[in-house]
Design a protein. Structure first.
Lengths: 765, 406
């Protein structure tokens, strides 16, 4: 007998010990697919009565206080044909019911394009959401950032190899316009040891990308969109381990495991590690540090770019208890080491400057659906006790050849042993109350705090280190949803945002209100329209106000951004014949932002700094098309165009119209796309193409002899061979196989051709 | 609806929305360039994060030039410009980072890039012989070494480098920060202000110092000290000038601070340095503050014939890093001050350019004037009549330097 079934049986036996009032009976059970996968959110209704429930995330359900007798139970869920089952309730007894649902094969078939199957459900929300099925990428060496780069409308800009800084843009919004969540918990303050550029894809089950309006249950003050990483594993007992090795001495390993006892006691562990020398070749103007002479277009190897991080996430708690579907106490422990090869531009070379950081973060997660009937509650809290240290102690000037010469007594850039704690914490609470089947009210509150404290033994006299750097933020949201399933749904919401900042002796308080509406309409079951409007607020982030001590300079004068966003989307799925299926998505956006927040180079070209533009208008669109043939061929392409226009008419200090009024915003990629083809037989073969159109570094209308970031085209290939039904997997991956020059973030070069071998073991019981 | 139709409709909708934006942009169309031997550097007024543009002009007295589709883009905006040895140097100020320098000459009225080379980011640079002498100056008491570099303007390479302990130089527990450098014979005079650290505060606001370097080996031979003014020059500004007969004059802006407020009791004044005895000349003192009715000099430009164009600010406008908006003419021999007429009133001026051009004929200066209404002009200053006349218009932002290459 399967372990799972023994376990279930044990669980049910335990429950049966609980006696009910003798007048009533109850029924418990679970819903799963033919292949044994649990199905959450399945509605179970007793016909002719008001009693009903939904299956939880593990597919379990209970129906209580049923008068004895025979009933028909109506079972329905998106993507599965409705079922009816007879149940026989006996007084004082609890009966068991195991339901197996067939995946929809008639009406829904045309909507099921492989590559998106598991995540179809999410895509049917009123919000403009794209869900990426992370499991399909488990045999790759991608981190979350790499996976996101393949989504239409998204462009992840990295400043180099493994562990380098990244900046994600979503429909023209970038940096902290886009917020990251992990299981609905804001990732704002997780520190450098735990970010989307160092979390492997295998941690995630799926990634939801919200463009424009972000649902209230994600709280926070996202403006351009949000990315929610869902880790919640459906399997109660499993182990998933992978190791990869590749170019630039890159090692990555990931272990994910969960162990759940019969009584619902659970232990979950995720551990991962990244190591890379990042010693890829770059083409630079290499200076002779003694004479200053440049050798233009010289190929040199990066020599001071080693990065490694090790992170352990452990959680212990209970699942599927009457008082909690999930109650987990955990701790995230991690550390990272990062050598800093260049400044914000590649002309600044460093050979010893580095950073060390760690994360010590206790976490609490609580989740209960139907705490009282219809009320779902989620609570999360975490506090990061970790610290970071900026180490620049070598008084030398390095050149691209790795040589150095003494350079006074002020370190490489600025002598420092600054060690600091950001003391950041997050607490959020979410309540969702369903009124009947169609209506729901959601209330959420997110509180975050940041208080940087640090000292620098080398610069005790630097007052800046002693200054107060504190930021607290609270976002309260309320939403109302009406959902006429598979016909239309609408969501109306409002948010109150409050931020208190202390920068030195200066204190500022911001109070803002935001609101919006999002709706979707199904013209026919597989043709969906989505539209939304939102008045949003984006509050400055602590890192933007106070800097990151490295290549991001703080800007205490940064103002909150407000914008009016309108999104419109259409998606359609159809089949030419039972074997050839298509899915088409198209979205259009219009945004008008006041005090648009964007990253620019500081005046010295040495760091990036967040700044405001009084007005920026974004008009854009993105499209996606996917095709699948039977279940072995899948192909798709995405394209994104976004036109960001400067609408700041007057510059500070001037009364006349600015020379760059209505000019296109510089240094933002505006046309990009990708396409992929994968063939999955016993051998899985995939190809991915990434294209970014050339763009200007500075204002496009100014100057005749201009600096630009040239067009970029890169090809990735991967090959996966699986045996024993996916238990053992061997993957081979080639990235940028054309060895194209790829640039990012103000012309920082990325790695050339690279190969990786990935071994993965997956075991599930 | 048929599948294919829907698909097409969706894409058309997206494409229409995307493309209609293009027609919406009505940025200034490109303007023709204006070949000539004057070089004008322009920063788009749009906050920062922008590049400077190098433009040329054949005549500063009239006409119009623009950066719209025109000009050589310079990477970064904290740029400083100097001409020496028939070359124009564009230097990036990159703080702790190395700075790239691009050298140009002029051919047929167009800038021609000679080479890029790398130097450190420096706070003072000045032609000495065939070199540019650069000084990267410390502002941290715990790391008191300040580095100098000699860049040969023929080979365009750094030929030697070394360091000076600028904490030991003062002997008062503060750091010496050179305001600028000036070649006097085979010496380099480096006036400095005394600072406690990065906030540039001092407990010694009522003294002036000039370090005298032997250029050959850059050893400090002497520190000239005076107590009648605050320090000579100011941050990033050349406060010394040599006249045709070899007299050396210096101005004090009187802008020393204790970190919060001005703390010098001395007036903004012009002093003379006896280069034979290497002392301030006790017999010479020109109290500018008194002569101008309470203003202080923020920068000056030597026009020849003992005549200077000065930029000055009033007591209310005074700032440690503020470029004055009032233009005057002084004669250091007569100790006379005249206000220049014909300038736009100070309220309508956004800023004046500090890096200006003079043919050194004793009476002419070309001054960059950035008006608050967004227009920028070169004004021709005639010292003989103390008048200003509007000349070349520059479209596209703030004028940051006016230079000339033969």
């Amino acid at each position: 007998m399967q372990f799972k079934q023994i376990l279930l049986y044990a669980v049910f036996s335990a429950y049966s010990l609980v006696t009910y009032a003798q007048n009533y009976g109850s029924v418990r059970g679970y819903v799963r697919t033919e292949s044994g996968e649990p199905i959450p959110s399945v509605s179970l209704k007793v016909q002719g009565g008001s009693i009903g429930t939904m299956s939880n995330s593990s597919g379990f359900f209970t129906l209580q206080k049923l008068s004895p007798g025979r009933y028909m139970l109506h079972i329905s869920g998106v993507g599965y044909p409705a079922l009816e089952k007879e149940i026989n309730i006996q007084a004082g007894k609890e009966s068991e019911l195991h339901i197996t649902m067939r995946e929809e094969s008639i009406a829904m078939e045309s909507a099921t394009v492989i590559g998106r199957t598991v995540v179809q459900d999410r895509n049917r929300q009123a919000y403009n959401v794209t869900a990426v099925d992370a499991k399909q990428l488990y045999n790759t060496t991608l981190d979350l950032a790499g996976a996101l780069d393949r989504v239409s409308g998204i462009r992840v800009r990295e400043s180099g190899g493994v562990g380098s800084n990244f900046n994600l843009s979503l429909n023209g919004f970038s940096g902290n316009h886009v917020r990251y969540f992990i299981d609905g918990i804001p990732m704002d303050n997780f520190g450098t040891s735990f970010q989307i550029n160092n979390i492997p894809i295998n941690i995630a089950e799926r990634i939801e990308v919200y463009k424009g309006v972000v649902p209230i249950w994600l709280g926070s003050d996202a403006l351009g969109g949000a990315i929610n990483i869902i880790t919640g594993s459906k399997q109660r007992n499993y182990i998933d381990a992978s190791y990869s090795y590749g170019s630039f001495n890159t090692h990555r390993s990931v272990i994910n495991a969960a162990l759940t006892s019969e009584k619902g006691l659970t232990f979950r562990l995720s551990a991962f590690q990244n190591y890379s020398d990042n010693d890829y070749k770059v083409k630079v103007d290499a200076a002779d540090i003694y004479t200053g002479a440049y050798s233009p277009n010289t190929w040199v190897r990066r020599f001071h770019d080693t990065y490694h991080n090790e992170t352990l996430i452990s959680q212990v708690g209970v699942v599927d208890k009457p008082y909690a579907d999930q109650l987990l106490l955990g701790i995230t422990l991690g550390q990272n080491y990062k050598e800093i090869q260049t400044g914000a531009r590649m002309v600044s070379v460093f050979g010893a400057w580095h950073r060390r950081g760690n994360i010590i973060m206790p976490t609490l997660k609580y989740k209960k659906t139907d705490l009282i009937k219809g009320l779902d509650v989620t609570l999360n809290a975490n506090y990061n006790l970790g610290s970071e240290r900026n180490i620049d102690t070598v008084n030398a000037r390095y050149g691209w050849y790795g040589d150095s010469k003494p350079n006074g007594s002020n370190g490489e850039r600025s002598r420092s042993l600054y060690k600091y704690k950001n003391n950041n914490g997050i607490a959020n609470a979410m309540f969702n109350y369903r009124i009947g089947k169609k209506q729901a009210i959601a209330l959420s509150n997110v509180f975050t705090t940041f208080n940087r404290e640090g000292t620098d033994p080398l610069n005790p006299e630097v007052q800046e280190n002693e200054e107060k750097k504190k930021s607290q933020k609270n976002v309260l949201g309320l939403a109302y949803n009406f959902d006429e399933e598979d016909q239309w749904s609408i969501s109306v919401f409002g948010k109150h945002l409050l931020q208190n900042n202390h920068s030195g002796s200066r204190a500022t308080t911001t109070n803002k209100l935001g609101y919006g509406v999002a709706g979707t309409y199904f013209l026919q079951p597989d043709l969906q329209l989505k539209a939304s409007y939102e008045r949003t607020n984006r509050l400055p982030e602590a890192q933007e106000i106070f800097g990151d001590v490295e290549n991001q300079e703080g800007n205490p004068d940064l103002r909150p951004e407000q914008s009016n966003n309108i999104n419109f989307g259409i998606s359609y799925s159809f089949a030419l014949n039972p074997n050839s299926k298509f899915m088409v998505n198209a979205n259009a956006i219009y945004r008008h932002s006041d005090n648009f927040i964007y990253n620019r180079l500081n005046n010295n070209q040495s760091k990036l700094i967040a700044d405001n533009r009084e007005g920026v208008r974004t008009i854009g669109g993105d499209g996606e098309i996917r095709y699948s043939y039977k279940d072995w061929l899948s192909a798709g392409a995405t394209i994104t165009y976004q036109y960001l226009q400067n609408l700041q008419q007057y510059e500070t200090g001037f009364t006349g119209v600015s020379p760059v009024y209505k000019d296109q915003m510089p240094n933002i990629p505006y046309l990009f796309g990708n396409s992929d083809v994968s063939v999955s037989l016993r051998l899985n073969l995939g190809y991915n193409l990434l294209y970014v159109h050339a763009f200007y570094l500075y204002w496009p209308s100014r100057g005749g002899d201009k600096l630009d970031i040239p067009q970029q085209l890169s090809h990735d290939l991967n090959l996966v061979y699986s045996i024993r039904n996916g238990r053992y997997n061997i993957g081979l991956e080639g990235r940028n196989i054309g060895n194209a020059l790829l640039y990012d973030n103000f012309s920082l070069q990325k790695p050339g051709r690279a190969f990786y071998l990935n071994l993965r073991y997956f075991f599930n019981k | 609806m048929k599948p294919l139709q829907t698909m097409i409709a969706a894409f058309v909708a997206a494409a229409t929305l995307a493309s209609c934006s293009k027609s919406d942009s009505d940025v200034t169309p490109p303007t023709p360039d204006n070949p000539g031997n004057y070089i004008l550097t322009v920063t788009p007024a749009a906050s920062e994060a922008v590049a400077d543009y190098l433009l040329t002009a054949s005549n500063l007295d009239a006409g119009k030039i623009s950066t719209a589709g025109n000009g050589i883009e310079q990477d970064g905006t904290y740029r400083y410009y100097v001409t020496h040895n028939n070359k124009f140097f564009s230097m990036l100020y990159g703080q702790g980072n190395p700075g790239a320098v691009t050298a140009y000459d002029i051919q047929d009225g167009k800038l021609n890039k000679l080479t890029n080379f790398q130097t450190e980011t420096v706070q003072a640079f000045e032609p000495v012989n065939d070199d540019l002498l650069l000084f990267k100056i410390s502002r941290s008491l715990t790391s008191p070494l300040s580095n100098w570099y000699k860049v040969n303007t023929n080979s365009l390479l750094i030929t030697s480098e070394g360091s000076t302990n600028t904490l030991e130089l003062t002997g008062n527990g503060e750091l010496a920060h050179f305001s600028w450098l000036k070649q006097v014979g085979d010496k380099v005079y480096a006036p400095y202000f005394s600072i406690k650290g990065g906030n540039f505060a001092t407990d010694y606001p009522d003294s002036a110092w000039i370090a005298v370097f032997n250029y050959a080996d850059m050893s400090v031979e002497k520190v000239i000290k005076g107590d009648r003014t605050s320090f000579i020059g100011r941050y990033f500004r050349d406060g010394l000038a040599l006249t045709e007969n070899g007299d050396l004059y210096g101005f004090s802006a009187a802008v020393a601070t204790d970190g919060a407020a001005f703390n010098s009791t001395k007036p903004s004044a012009v002093v003379k340095i006896d280069t034979e005895r290497e002392e301030f000349d006790p017999s010479y003192f020109f109290n500018f503050e008194e002569a101008s009715g309470g203003m202080n000099i923020t920068e000056w430009l030597y026009l020849g014939n003992n005549t200077f164009m000065v930029l000055a600010s009033t007591k209310e406008e005074k700032g440690a890093y503020a470029t004055g908006k009032h233009v005057g003419i002084i004669n250091v021999v007569d100790k006379s001050f005249k206000s220049v007429s014909g300038m736009p009133d100070a309220a309508s001026i956004e800023s004046l350019t500090y890096n200006n051009y003079t043919p050194k004929d004793g009476e002419t200066a070309y001054l960059g004037v950035n008006l608050a209404d967004g227009t920028t002009w070169v004004y021709k200053i005639d010292a003989s009549t103390s008048t200003a006349t509007r000349g070349l218009q520059v479209e596209g932002g703030r004028l940051t330097a006016i230079q000339y290459l033969p």
